[in-house]
Design a protein around this ligand. Structure first.
Ligand SMILES: Nc1ncnc2c1ncn2[C@@H]1O[C@H](COP(=O)(O)OP(=O)(O)O)[C@@H](O)[C@H]1O
Ligand SMILES: [Mg+2]
Length: 310
């Protein structure tokens, strides 16, 4: 699974982003390395504030790196450029905020094409994302949340980019329509054979969708591997805690056992393992030495005392 067909599409190498804030600096990305191969769906999962959106913005070229590099098809991402629209489609969490309220949704869906000086058929795009083609003349406020997200997905795919980034695309939607949007994402990925970088705090959806999962904790990927390995045989205690708290990460915050201990201040510069303060299996080594990567088959994790293989 890990060596999917084709060369790596996206390569993030030791990416670092620091934000200067009062009382220090937040390391939103603290050495993130990740690859996405063509045709692959890679999910990035982690609690709010762990750096997921910062990673998406960095891949889009909207967020400069403090260190490290990001390349797409071997070309380094640096600053925003029009060319990027042809390479990456973006679906944000809130479709209402990402659609111009004064434009018909038909115009919005064609915007990327017209920016590239190209023609397109909004009605055709609407059918592809399961919308009534007659909706092209409507305005965003005349559609439901799920329909607006379909418009946003149609727009992200309009240039047929090889990579689509979805940043919590169902988080703002009613529970009842989340499954529909997930099915749509799965269908359009198959139909276009593009890659997805799918960002979520919801493990359940990730299992349904992703080929590979990367678990993020305070600016760092702590475990990454094929979806089935991560779900059936988690090696990092944080991944294990997330699985126990499924289906939602909100419940993790209230778990008494696995998450005992302090949640670190995001401004702290970690000495040792960043999960040490919450880990049930912490030792003095964990508090002193930042664990390096361990590879086991196709899984990579950062932990001195991994969860025992089942
Ligand atoms: N522009 C910014 N200025 C200062 N801090 C920021 C900025 N953007 C994000 N952060 C901080 O960086 C960390 C990661 O944020 P973010 O990438 O939005 O996380 P997520 O998307 O996983 O919730 C958080 O601690 C957040 O407060
Ligand atoms: Mg976010």
């Amino acid at each position: 699974m890990i060596s999917a067909v084709g060369a790596d599409l996206l390569e993030v190498k030791d990416a670092r982003v620091e934000f200067g804030v009062q009382g220090g600096a937040v390391r939103a990305l603290d050495g993130v390395s990740l690859t996405v191969n063509s045709g692959e769906i890679v999910a990035v999962v982690g609690e709010s504030g762990c750096g997921k959106t910062t990673l998406a913005r960095a891949v889009l070229g909207l967020q400069p790196l403090t260190a490290g590099s990001i390349s797409i098809k071997g070309r380094e991402v640096a600053g925003t450029s029009r060319g990027m629209a042809e390479t990456i489609g973006m679906v944000w969490q809130d479709p209402y905020a990402s659609l111009n309220p004064r434009w018909t949704v038909g115009r919005s869906v064609l915007e990327p094409l017209s920016l590239m000086g190209r023609q397109g058929d909004a009605r055709e795009i609407f059918s592809e994302v399961g919308l009534d083609p007659n909706f092209v003349n409507r305005f965003p406020h005349q559609l439901s949340g799920g329909q607006r997200q379909r418009v946003a997905i149609g727009r992200a795919l309009s240039l047929k980019p090889p990579l689509v980034i979805c940043d919590e695309p169902t988080a703002a939607l009613d529970l009842s329509i989340r499954a529909q949007i997930l099915n749509l994402l799965k269908d359009v990925q198959k139909a276009n054979n593009c890659s997805f970088l799918y960002i979520s705090h919801d493990l359940t959806t990730v299992r349904f969708l992703a080929d590979r999962v990367a678990v993020m904790y305070f600016g760092r990927i702590v475990e990454e591997g094929p979806t089935e390995d991560i779900f059936t045989n988690p090696r990092h205690p944080y991944t294990a805690a997330l699985l126990e708290s499924a289906p939602t990460l909100d419940r993790l915050m209230h778990l008494p056992e696995a998450t005992k201990g302090e949640i670190p201040d995001p401004r702290s510069h970690f000495v040792g393992c960043r999960f040490a303060g919450r880990c049930p299996g912490v030792t003095s080594e964990c508090r002193e030495v930042d664990p390096g990567p361990t590879r086991e088959n196709n899984v990579r994790f950062f932990c001195h005392h991994p969860v025992k293989t089942s």
